[in-house]
Structure formats: structure tokens, C-alpha cells
Write a protein that binds this ligand. Structure first.
Ligand SMILES: *Cc1c(COP(=O)(O)O)cnc(C)c1O
Length: 476
């Protein structure tokens, strides 16, 4: 399997080469040159597999430069009940039952957030940590990951990379602006290779520093600076696995299809669903749910993609979906346009950069339906109502992002087709809104009780790129 850029660059590269990199040389994103099609016999064979074996089978189709025995060892070590809480890894929880619902649809939550940081980003990041360690050892190289976070990504990256050989993490966060729980999750890590840097500024200041450091090519090369952001293909690939795992749990035969509702921000999670569908997994709808930051819902309703300015970006109670542009969206548009790299480049490079928006043609827009996509928006009031309703009817407390998915998912039910709503975080992470909706504190997994009282390991710095560079060069 080779990988190509979404912007038409002629170079084709192997998995291990793109694993440690960000963008393609022309600024595009990497995609496989084709999606392997899964035939009925293969799907039938996969149905009985444990999660780590299913992961091995799917990854093998996209990775041919890691020996199979090594890859199998990596997936077996990553997807364990000890790390993800259950042998199913992403178990289903039933909500509405077909027999007693007017739509005749079984609605499930698919639990993706029982990993170490209680959000679905662990599903991919835990594998990435093991893949990075493996590949760096093979090359005799080291990598210093520099990132900015306001929550889920940073903690997932730190828990995936802690104690890994050859990797250091330097994670910038806005000082005093994360929730006490999220801050405790990150700052309580005592591993020598994890560096928390609290910047006296806002999230955008942190991101600007990361960009400034990355633009200093000499510094970047000298100190082996890399990232783990959501455009990394290996992260996306890891996420393809749970679409198959959810399908097998919700169906009895491969003649059935299911729909997925996906709380979306940067389009990483649902893009993995798109890849699964392109491989032939029987998916009826991919339901894209946004919060008030509805850049993507707007596209799937109108065919126009318009990025937002920072003044137009709302701070919401599902903060991990607060985006102004969707960094993985270019991957889907490339497929929508029949893999026309020149045109994709024109839309994302010329039109988005110059005008802040583009529109696809009417025919192209009509095609979004044949890719299974539908969409909707959910607001703060919807979240509160959905959290209350779910608690009242099923005794289950869901988090704010999952509530967005459930609300929009129920708007796209199709008679007899199970709807799997991806649970992207546990409510313990977003306690404030749970208290607003239910008047009680959400439960915490035992391992997370009292983490705010643990000793913290972090440094505070001003908004000063040179100070951060100095810190990095003294600690690599
Ligand atoms: C990151 C995140 C999302 C959005 O996922 P994308 O892949 O960016 O679309 C949704 N919910 C939670 C809890 C997240 O952490």
C-alpha cells in the first residue's frame, strides 16, 4: 500500500514514512492510493474476532512495511481490557428498543471513551504511542512532540507517550484555563519524558507558539520536532477498526446495515467511518453532528464550506467540537471530487486561503448522499434536554458531545436500521454541564477519584516563543 497527497503531488510513500510526518510536501493530507474492498467471506471471517485481532486484520491491509508478527504484537499490546476497561474494548449500550419505539430502530451508544483519559482520542493515540516507539527504535531516532491543547488531545497524547523510549512530549496549555479535572489529568503525570508547559495566555497563544517553532526549520530539524495532531493518517486508520467492531455487535448477519451518529469537530472520527464504508462495510448513514460551530453541517446542507473567524467561533458546552475549520475535511472532499488533486488544491489552497470558503457544484453536492452523509446541529439547550431524557428513560448519564450525537442521530433514523451513536467522552470530564442538566455530579471511574489532589509537575511560561525553544533545547 502506498500513500498519496490530496493535492496531486506525484510522490507515493510507504506507511512508515508518513507515520512520523504531518502534511504532504504540497500541503495536502495523505490518503491511501485506494481503499481495499472487503468481500463477504472476509467480513464473515472477521465477525468472530477479538478487537485486537480485528485491528491487526484491518491495519494489515494498509501497512506492508512492518512485519506481520510485529504488527500483531503491537495491536495485542494496545487493545487490552486492562487499558480499555472491557474485553469488547468498544462495547454497545442499548438505549431505544425497536419493538417499543415508533421508528422501529434499535439505538445504541458505542463506548469509545473507557481508555486512560476518558475520551475517544485514546482509541487511536494509544496505538500511535506504540507505533512511534517501534518505528523510532527501528530507525535509531528520537522524536520531540510539540503540541498545544485545551483539553482532550493533549492528555490523550501524554498518556499514550508516557514512558515511551525515544519520545519526549512538550505540551503547551493556557495557564489556569483548563478544567481542574483536565489539568490534573495532565499535570499529575510524573514521567520524565512528559513536559507540561502552562502558558500565561489563551489557547490561540499556545497554538501560535507551536506554529512559530515549527516554522523555524533549522530548530525543527536540529531537535527532531514532530506533532501528533488529528491529520495523522495512523490515527485515522486506528479509528476505522471500531466502526467494524460496532457493526458486528449490532447485527447478526452481513446482510444487515447500520448507521453511525458521530459528534464531529475536525472530521477525524467520521472520516474513519467514511473509510470503513468505502471498504464495503454496510453503513446506511454517516450522521455528522455538530454543536453551534456548524461549519460542517452547513456544508452537508448547502454544498458551501465556509471557515469561521475566531470572533465567530463559539465557546460551547461540548468544547472538543469547537472548531473554526475542520482539518481532516479535505480528505473527504478529495474522494467526493473523484480524487482530483488539482481541484482539491484549488479549493483548499486558493479559495479557502483567499476567500475563506468554497462551494462544490450541484452534481458534486448531490453525490454527498451516495457517500452516506447526512448532518444536523445541536445546541446547548438540546444537550441539556438530551442528557436529562437519557438519564430519565435509561438511567444512563451521557456527556455533552455524545448528547449532540444522539440528538442529531435520532433525526436520521431509518426503519429497521440500528443507529450507533459514538460515545466520545465520559461525563466526568464535563461535570459542570452535567450538574446544570441533572443537578448531580457525574460518577468518576475509581482511578480518577481525587486526582486534583495529586502532586503536579509543570512549568509556567510567558507568551514567548524563544523561552519555549530554550526550554525544549535544554530538555531533549
Ligand atoms: C476530539 C473530540 C471530538 C471531535 O472529533 P473529531 O475527530 O475532531 O471530529 C468529539 N468529542 C470529543 C469528546 C472529542 O474529544
Amino acid at each position: 500500500m502506498k500513500y498519496q497527497s490530496t493535492r496531486g503531488h506525484p510522490e507515493r510513500r510507504g506507511f512508515s514514512d508518513i507515520l512520523l510526518e504531518g502534511l504532504a510536501p504540497d500541503g495536502g493530507l495523505y490518503l491511501p492510493t485506494h481503499y481495499p474492498r472487503i468481500d463477504a467471506a472476509t467480513l464473515a471471517r472477521w465477525r468472530g474476532l477479538p478487537y485486537h485481532e480485528l485491528a491487526f486484520e484491518i491495519l494489515s491491509l494498509y501497512i506492508d512495511d512492518i512485519p506481520p508478527a510485529d504488527l500483531r504484537e503491537l495491536t495485542t499490546r494496545t487493545y487490552t481490557a486492562a487499558v480499555f476497561g472491557t474485553p469488547e474494548i468498544t462495547p454497545l449500550k442499548p438505549l431505544d428498543r425497536a419493538a417499543s419505539s415508533p421508528e422501529g430502530v434499535d439505538v445504541y451508544l458505542q463506548a469509545l471513551s473507557n481508555g486512560p483519559t476518558l475520551a475517544f482520542k485514546d482509541m487511536a493515540m494509544q496505538l500511535l504511542g506504540n507505533l512511534f516507539e517501534y518505528e523510532l527504535a527501528r530507525r535509531g531516532e528520537t522524536l520531540n512532540i510539540l503540541g498545544a491543547t485545551s483539553g482532550d488531545t493533549g492528555s490523550a497524547a501524554e498518556y499514550a507517550m508516557r514512558g515511551k523510549k525515544g519520545v519526549n512530549v512538550f505540551m503547551l496549555s493556557p495557564n489556569g484555563r483548563m478544567s481542574p479535572f483536565q489539568q490534573a489529568q495532565m499535570f499529575s503525570l510524573q514521567d520524565a519524558n512528559i513536559h507540561n508547559i502552562a502558558i500565561d495566555g489563551v489557547f490561540d497563544d499556545c497554538q501560535d507558539i507551536v506554529k512559530a517553532v515549527s516554522n523555524d526549520l533549522d530548530f525543527k530539524r536540529k531537535h527532531h520536532i514532530g506533532t501528533v495532531n488529528s491529520i495523522n493518517w495512523a490515527r485515522l486508520l486506528a479509528q476505522v477498526v471500531y466502526y467494524f467492531a460496532g457493526y458486528f455487535q449490532a447485527t447478526r448477519s452481513n446482510d444487515e446495515s447500520v448507521s453511525f451518529a458521530v459528534p464531529s469537530g475536525n472530521f477525524g472520527n467520521i472520516c474513519a467511518g467514511h473509510v470503513a464504508r468505502m471498504m464495503g462495510l454496510p453503513i446506511r448513514y454517516l450522521v455528522l453532528a455538530t454543536n453551534e460551530n456548524n461549519v460542517l453541517d452547513e456544508f452537508f446542507r448547502t454544498g458551501t464550506y465556509r471557515v469561521r473567524g475566531s470572533a465567530e467561533t463559539h465557546e460551547t458546552s461540548s468544547p472538543s467540537m469547537d472548531i473554526s475549520k475542520a482539518s481532516n475535511f479535505e480528505r473527504f472532499v478529495f474522494d467526493l471530487l473523484g480524487r482530483d488533486g488539482e481541484r482539491t488544491k484549488q479549493l483548499f489552497k486558493t479559495e479557502v486561503e483567499q476567500r475563506g470558503s468554497f462551494s462544490v457544484s450541484e452534481d458534486e453536492f448531490a453525490n454527498t448522499a451516495s457517500f452516506g452523509f447526512v448532518s444536523g446541529t445541536s445546541t446547548h439547550a438540546d444537550r441539556l434536554a438530551t442528557i436529562r431524557d437519557t438519564y430519565r428513560r435509561f438511567g444512563i448519564v451521557i456527556d455533552t458531545h455524545t448528547a449532540d450525537g444522539l440528538k442529531v442521530g435520532r433525526e436520521h433514523l431509518d426503519w429497521g436500521v440500528p443507529m450507533l451513536v459514538l460515545e466520545t467522552a465520559l461525563p466526568a470530564k464535563f461535570a459542570e454541564t452535567i450538574v446544570e442538566a441533572l443537578g448531580v455530579q457525574p460518577d468518576r471511574p475509581a482511578a480518577m477519584r481525587g486526582i486534583e489532589d495529586l502532586p503536579k509537575r509543570f512549568v509556567v511560561m510567558p507568551v514567548d516563543t524563544d523561552a519555549v525553544k530554550r526550554y525544549v533545547s535544554e530538555h531533549v
